[in-house]
Design a protein around this ligand. Structure first.
Ligand SMILES: [Zn+2]
Length: 113
């Protein structure tokens, strides 16, 4: 039996409960007994990251709703993890420069429209 038939996180969208199309559930990464899947709901458009860990005593799974596409997940998986210093720097930048950031975002969005 394939994993897509076994785990509820890989068969139904947790947001709208639609059945996933088989081609919308993809194995992103596999390490020993742990697998990371990405699924995209064709009904509501939400994505889900599902981490499935198989152990002799059973199976554990954890799901995270995301707006990231399958391509984003692969790309982000290849990047180095953020450090705590980078998180603090981003927080400080947003705190101290939010007015300038908003101006830049508004300028960019008006150019796209
Ligand atoms: Zn859905």
């Amino acid at each position: 039996m394939s994993p897509q038939n076994t785990y509820p996180l890989l068969t139904h969208c947790p947001i709208c409960h639609a059945l996933y199309a088989k081609e919308n559930v993809k194995l992103v990464e596999e390490k020993e007994s742990a697998k990371l899947y990405h699924s995209m709901c064709q009904e509501c458009g939400h994505g889900l990251l599902a981490y499935v860990l198989e152990a002799p005593g059973g199976v554990s799974s954890l799901g995270l709703v995301t707006d990231a596409s399958g391509v984003d997940i692969i790309r982000l998986g290849e990047e180095e993890p953020l450090t705590s210093e980078e998180c603090v720097a981003a927080h400080q930048l947003l705190n101290e420069g939010s007015r300038e950031l908003c101006r830049l975002l508004l300028d960019t969005s008006s150019k796209l429209a």
